[in-house]
Design a protein around this ligand. Structure first.
Ligand code: UT7
Length: 331
């Protein structure tokens, strides 16, 4: 069997129109623009209004990615939607498939929190490498504002909503050079959006659990420590698997959670600041959307060019983390 490679041939993204800046946030929580921007680098975030759904933003980002890749919805074999905030717990990917009229495609959701895009990229790559599918739409989209406790200043200042998508296609030369993924459930309690059971007796001696999801809770310091340790490590492992050295990297593209995390990781890897892609100040942490959103902006601004090598890394709840080294485009 001849080896089948992967090329990432298009990207797209969208964010809701409604914008809330740090000043606005300080009206609802005991915080300030100074604290938020100096501790995180975030200045504003976009928030989905009730009329907007995960399906609508995921579909918009997908259409832009398909247009850039110059393929049509009917060409898509598989849709993977990385999200922690589906419109429907049974999954939202099929709704996106319906909206796109991508009738040949099979579609499913994938949950790996802020690592979702990287985990999705690696999952999609397996389907292409085995020759099963040729054209895959990978979406990272989240509306975390639905699950933020707007009275908790430790978390409400961090998150925003958005969607990003890429098209992966089978190619002769493989542009996914290497990857590495990790999970550590023993640290699960550091970051949660968890179901809280509520006993409900339906008949005598039959009690089921009918609760709901509780707002996001996070031990920021622990997650920070985890990120600055694991992210450089996982990128180094992915570089080793790619058989390239760090100086060959054109761009460092991290999950956009905190500018201080990005600076520390770049510093540890000896990657100069001008190679670090960051749009966190405008959008906050958009979870599974953050990497494809920043990727798409950098591609459309002409920063990332055909043939550039990108080291991307996601990290977050689970805890989960991962890195992928890939070359942009078809060149
Ligand atoms: O996508 C998932 C990945 N998540 C992350 O990567 C998050 C990683 N963690 C972080 O980015 C940082 O830990 C935070 C930005 C969340 C917090 O920054 P920090 O420098 O670790 O602050 P801290 O939690 O140690 O809090 C310092 C102080 C505390 O006051 P005291 O106890 O020193 O009096 C907090 O109560 O700042 C206070 N504080 C705030 N003050 C104003 C916490 N949040 C705020 C706030 N505004 N929003």
């Amino acid at each position: 069997m001849t080896n089948i490679g992967i090329a990432i041939t298009g990207s797209g993204s969208t964010t809701p129109e409604l914008c809330l800046d740090n000043q606005g946030l300080s009206q609802i929580a005991e915080t300030s623009d100074d604290w938020i921007s100096s501790r995180t680098g975030i200045r504003k975030r976009r928030l989905a209004q009730p009329k907007e759904s995960l399906c609508t933003i995921a579909t918009q980002a997908s259409l832009a990615a398909l247009a850039q890749a110059q393929i049509t919805p009917i060409d898509i074999d598989l849709i993977i939607l990385a999200t922690s905030t589906p419109d429907d717990l049974f999954g939202t990917a099929s709704q996106v498939q319906g909206e796109l009229e991508a009738y040949r495609a099979v579609a499913f959701d994938m949950t790996a929190a802020c690592s979702g895009f990287i985990f999705g990229l690696v999952t999609a790559a397996q389907f292409i490498r085995t020759g099963v599918y040729q054209n895959i739409l990978l979406i990272g989209a989240d509306i975390l504002s639905r699950w933020v406790d707007w009275a908790d200043r430790r978390t409400c200042v961090l998150f925003g909503d958005g969607a990003g998508a890429v098209v992966l296609q089978a190619a002769e030369r493989d542009r996914l050079l290497g990857f590495e993924l990790g999970s550590d459930g023993s640290q699960n309690s550091c970051l949660n959006l968890s179901y809280q059971p509520q006993p409900k007796q339906i008949i005598a001696e039959v009690t089921v659990s009918q609760g709901t999801y509780q707002p996001i809770t996070m031990n920021g310091k622990e997650v920070y420590r985890f990120a600055i340790q694991k992210v450089p490590e996982v990128i180094e492992k992915a570089l080793f698997r790619s058989d390239i050295t760090v100086d060959k990297i054109d761009w460092l593209l991290l999950h956009q959670a905190n500018q201080r995390i990005m600076d520390t990781v770049a510093n540890r890897l000896k990657i100069p600041p001008e190679k670090v892609i960051s749009n966190l100040r405008n959008y906050g942490n958009t979870s599974a959307a953050s990497i494809p959103l920043a990727l798409d902006e950098a591609v459309r601004e002409g920063k990332i060019k055909q043939g550039d090598i990108i080291a991307a890394s996601g990290f977050g709840a689970g805890l989960t983390w991962g890195a992928a080294i890939f070359e942009w485009g078809f060149s």
